[in-house]
Structure formats: C-alpha cells, structure tokens
Design a protein around this ligand. Structure first.
Ligand SMILES: NC(=O)c1ccc[n+]([C@@H]2O[C@H](COP(=O)([O-])OP(=O)(O)OC[C@H]3O[C@@H](n4cnc5c(N)ncnc54)[C@H](O)[C@@H]3O)[C@@H](O)[C@H]2O)c1
Length: 325
C-alpha cells in the first residue's frame, strides 16, 4: 500500500506517519509513505525519521499542480493534513488560510482525481460547526464556522464532499476535536503553557477562562483517521472526538499542577475575537460503524505530554525563539 500524506511534517501528520512506519495499524502494515510538506513555520523535518526506506519526503506546496501530477500516480490513498492551522494567526491575517486551506485543497482534489488515486481522506475540524452551548454535534449539523480558520476549513471540507457528489471521487471527511500530544508547535495552548511554565514565564489565559474544548490525544485522532481510511463509507463525514471536555480554567489548573506552579503564574488577557464558547462532538457514528473508541485518558495523555516537553527542550526552544513566543 502506498499512502500520500500532506502536511506530514506538522504535529498531527507526523504522528500519523510515525505510527504508519512503526506498523501500529494492522490494515496498513508495511505501507510506504510519501510526505508532501511545504515546511512552513509549523512544519519540521525533525518530526519524522531521518531516513526510513519506506518514507519519501518531498518539500513542496499542495497548490503546485505540476508537482502533484508528478508525485501522485501509484498511490492508493491521500491523507490530507496540510493546512494553516492556528486560529489566532487567521485573525491577524486570513489570506494564507484561504490560499492553502481552500485553494490548495482544491488543487489536491483535482490532481488526485486526474491521476486516479484511490481513497482521499480530508482531515477537517469540529470548528466548522461553530459553537454549541448544550448537547453535541452530529455529522448532519449545519456548518456555521466563526473564525477565518474555521471558515477556510469549512470551505475545503465542502469542496471535498462536492468532489464526491459531483465526480464520484472516493472522498471521506473527518472532523476532529482539539488535539494535544508531543511535537505540537509551541504556539498552541498546551505546549505554550507547559514550556512557559518550565521557563518560569507567565501564561496568558483568554477572557474568563470558561471556554470549553474536548481534548483528544493525537494518537486517538490518528487511530480514528486510519479507521476511516480503511472502513469509512465514501462521501461520508465522521466526527472524531470523545476526549475530555474541560474549560480553559480547568485545563490551566491541570497544567499548573503538572508543572508544580500556582495561579500567580497566570496572566489574564483580553478574550480572543469571536472566541467560540464550547465545542462538543457526538461520536456515535464512528463508534458504531467503525468500532472507534479513544484509548488515552486525559490524565495519562497530559502527564506524558508534559514529560515529553520536559525531555525535549532542544526541539521546542529554537521554535519558540524563531516565532518570538
Ligand atoms: N491541532 C488540532 O487540534 C486539530 C484538530 C482538528 C483538525 N485539525 C486539522 O489537522 C490538520 C493538521 O493540523 P496540525 O495541528 O498538525 O497543524 P500543523 O500546523 O502542526 O501542521 C500543518 C502542516 O502543514 C504544512 N503545510 C502548510 N501549508 C502547506 C502547503 N501549502 N503545502 C504543503 N504543506 C503545507 C506545514 O508545513 C505543517 O507541516 C489540519 O488540517 C487541521 O485543520 C487539527
């Protein structure tokens, strides 16, 4: 089996590629992998093995149709992670989000169709649903994205589904909740807070800290993606979640405790513009159809993540300094 992974040098894409190469998924044992990644600020070649006979790494843009037509033939599946992924960056400048997330995804869909690639898994997000005060979103919920990031992901998510309905492409879409784990770029809340605390620096807490997120370990997200790749029905959407819902204050409390710090290290800051209050996914469909269930509890996942950042300062310190964090 040959799998084409876009954004495979980023946080989630690299976790998926490492799991593939370590044969963690029985259905893809021995698979070879092509990674296409632009190595934007959040992409890092060091997130992947230096050399592995089953891995081919290509630095390039998913919007480069000529490159895609050269690389894609012969692959059985595309798993599409590449994106501009940080909400705060989309608030200060939305254009790269439209360029990569919407136009880049369309270039990839077109090239995959023209070159006869088999299955196309589009990795989307729960943020496309907007915000929900009570209850949980099922896959048929209307999309009502609020941030430019979420809107651009909704655009690509719908273009992927349109490629199935219009051209009969074998497309499946996943919508996942907030991920955490090792190798996450230190601008995101968990690694930012943990690494700040390790350096004795304060951590910025948005607004009243009451925003609620469902935290899922990255390995559970990747397992869900693999289940969808292997067994999902073409043209369908699958929510992936089932982690633990925490307010930002509760998450902060756990991270302070894990790092041996107190609330004096927390600096309240003005709320993020248009900050979604709560995300919550109903995962009945993927659980019942594909037998998915998350395996990592938030207690063990957060402990392992904090330990990883403690042991891997050489990975994150230069990234923070380059990004001015
Ligand atoms: N992080 C989360 O909590 C979360 C939750 C649900 C869904 N997602 C989705 O999962 C995917 C991966 O997210 P992540 O957190 O790993 O992001 P990330 O920012 O860590 O990784 C994105 C990767 O895409 C690459 N990239 C960016 N633009 C590119 C382009 N034009 N061509 C080729 N490569 C390009 C980057 O170099 C980077 O390696 C995204 O599609 C995101 O929307 C993320």
């Amino acid at each position: 089996m040959q799998i084409f992974v876009t954004g495979g040098a980023g946080f989630i894409g690299s976790a998926y590629v490492r799991a593939l190469l370590q044969d963690e998924y029985a259905g893809a044992a021995g698979a070879s992998v092509t990674v296409l990644d632009l190595l934007s600020y959040s992409g890092n070649r060091d997130n992947l093995p230096v050399s592995d006979p089953r891995l081919r790494f290509v630095q390039g843009d998913i919007s480069d149709s000529d490159l895609l037509r050269e690389l894609l033939p012969g692959h059985d599946a595309v798993v599409h992670f590449a994106a501009e992924s940080h909400v705060d960056r989309s608030i200060s400048g939305a254009m790269p989000f439209v360029t990569t997330n919407v136009l880049g995804t369309q270039a990839l869909l077109d090239a995959a169709r023209e070159t006869g690639v088999g299955r196309f898994v589009h990795v989307s997000t729960d943020e496309v649903y907007g915000s929900i005060d009570e209850g949980s979103w099922t896959e048929t919920w209307p999309l009502a994205p609020n941030s430019p990031y979420a809107a651009s992901k909704a655009g690509s998510d719908l273009m992927a589904l349109a490629a199935h309905r219009t051209h009969g492409m074998d497309v499946v879409v996943t919508r996942c909740s907030n991920n955490y784990g090792e190798y996450q770029f230190p601008e995101k809340v968990i690694p930012l807070f943990v690494t700040n605390l390790m350096d004795g620096k304060q951590i910025p807490l948005y607004g009243d800290g009451g925003n609620i997120r469902d935290w899922l370990h990255v390995s559970d997200h990747c397992r869900g993606i693999q289940a969808v790749l292997e067994k999902g029905r073409a043209g369908e959407v699958y929510n992936i979640g089932g982690g633990t819902e925490l307010t930002n204050r509760e998450l902060t409390e756990r991270l302070l405790e894990a790092c041996g710090a107190g609330w004096d290290m927390v600096r309240p800051v003005a709320d993020r513009k248009g900050h979604d209050r709560r995300y919550s996914l109903d995962i009945t469909k993927i659980s019942e159809e594909l037998g998915y269930a998350p395996q990592v509890t938030v207690e063990e996942g957060l402990a392992a993540t904090v330990a990883w950042y403690r042991d891997n300062r050489a990975w994150w310190e230069p990234l923070k300094s380059r990004a001015g964090l």
